[in-house]
Design a protein around this ligand. Sequence first.
Ligand SMILES: [Zn+2]
Length: 245
Amino acid sequence: MHPGPAGVRRGLLGATVLGVGRRGKYLIFHLNNGRGLVLHLGMSGQVRRFGVDPMHRHEHMRLEFSDGQTLSFVDARRFGRVCVITDGGPLPRCVRGMERLGPEPIEKGYSAAYLGGHLSGRKARVKSLLLDQRVACGVGNIYSDEALHRAGIRPDRQAGSLKPPEVSRLTVALGSVLKDGIRWCGTTMKDGGFVLVDGGVGSFQDRLRVYGREGERCRRRGCVGVVRRQKLGGRSTHFCPACQK
Ligand SMILES: [Zn+2]
């Protein structure tokens, strides 16, 4: 935690939450005291409103509101981050990545020209570049695999080898996968993942076409391929060798 629990507490005490926003994978609570509370859920972080069961084994922070409601930050694997920032001030180290976030594929202005500019001439695998938050802000491991499947592109392709029509398909696929993920309230896998503030689970996991489906039939209409899994850049990667080229 930065600037430490005491600093976070000082920054929040007595403040009113004006609104909650998001940038990439960062949640931002805008406060009326010129500060913001920034949360990154990491691998397993959850923001939860506990009803009758206020205690949780992995609760790291609890916000108590004047109307008696509470909001908890729960994180079993402890990759999450909690931080207080000051409007217009320098960002603390733990959220400095926010300065380098690129445009989001669900934004109107996100274009094939932008994505192509980051892929062109690069020898790195296309999936590895998609995980770079300057290239495709908000995209993580699951959504990059899904977008590449929708675009019909193998995750281990050299980024610079993508042809313009492939870059265009990938641009559209990134946006549509993120939008679908939001529409279906996120991806909650058996071993964890996104959980809604009331404890409910997402349902995008039921609609995944490759991720987590190793050995199962590809979900592209007319494709008889079987989903394969391999490690790529240390991340578990799923794709269909039949319809992803
Ligand atoms: Zn396939």
